[in-house]
Design a protein around this ligand. Structure first.
Ligand SMILES: [Zn+2]
Length: 253
């Protein structure tokens, strides 16, 4: 009898773990923003993600460093998408040190640290002179985690739904939607960073420093709100705490 019970629970367990045989369709419209399946997944796996050593002004060591972080992000996000029942594959990434055409316009390297282009599903990460000179800096980690957040939004139907809404909206509303997109990507990034922090060998104040260095604008939200979503992601460790689309207006201003 005991064996039978074990067998049955084993079978049940296997069925539950296997998840749906077919991936669910990517959600569209308002539901994609407010009730996305990504908000029902668990925390990111408590996984190891060491930072590889970088050497000053050695671009190759920086590319290896970022490639390794990308592997960690692939692993953690694949798991979330599997839990959400959504299809997933790895994003494309390009590291750049000067202005280039991205498929979403020419990328001005001094304007932003990274960019995600939904047209070619590619993340563009700019490595600047000061970052190359300082192999202990932590901003690139945040940039790649943030742009990966936009890719996750794209795959989960959030980005297409937001862009569609923006098309018909007046300017102020377009900005408001953009802030919800950006604050969510920042929350996703911090949630991931929080989940691997234990393996990085950094002190907590590095993340505090990062928050202190972050300032807002009309497209990314007020400074206090960016820090609010960073902290929320960091404490929550998963995408489910990052629903900026049902948050009070004062949290996404
Ligand atoms: Zn962004």
């Amino acid at each position: 009898m005991r064996i039978l019970t074990l067998l049955i629970s084993g079978l049940l367990g296997a069925t539950l773990l296997a998840g749906p045989a077919q991936a669910a369709p990517v959600p569209t419209g308002k539901a994609a923003l407010t009730q996305n399946p990504l908000y029902k997944t668990g925390e990111f796996d408590w996984t190891e993600c060491v930072e590889l050593d970088r050497r000053p002004d050695d671009l190759n060591s920086y590319q290896l460093y970022l490639d390794h972080l990308l592997d960690c992000l692939d692993r953690s996000w694949s798991e979330e998408f599997a839990q959400a029942g959504l299809k997933f594959s790895k994003p494309k990434v390009r590291y750049i040190t000067k202005s280039v055409a991205t498929g979403c316009g020419k990328y001005p390297i001094n304007y932003a640290a990274g960019l995600y282009c939904p047209v070619n599903k590619t993340m563009w990460v700019a490595i600047s002179k000061w970052q190359l000179a300082d192999p202990d800096e932590f901003t690139l980690f945040n940039v790649i985690a943030h742009e990966y957040g936009h890719y996750a939004q794209d795959r989960a139907g959030i980005l297409p739904a937001a862009m569609r809404l923006q098309k018909k909206a007046p300017k102020a509303r377009q900005y408001a939607i953009q802030r919800q997109v950006e604050l969510q990507a920042e929350c996703f990034a911090s949630a991931f960073i929080g989940s691997v922090w234990h393996s990085l060998g950094r002190e907590e104040f590095d993340f505090q420093d990062l928050m202190d260095l972050t300032y807002g604008d009309v497209l990314h939200g007020k400074t206090k709100n960016i820090r609010y979503w960073m902290k929320r992601g960091w404490d929550g460790n998963g995408p489910k705490v990052c629903n900026t689309f049902t948050a009070p207006a004062s949290r996404v201003s």
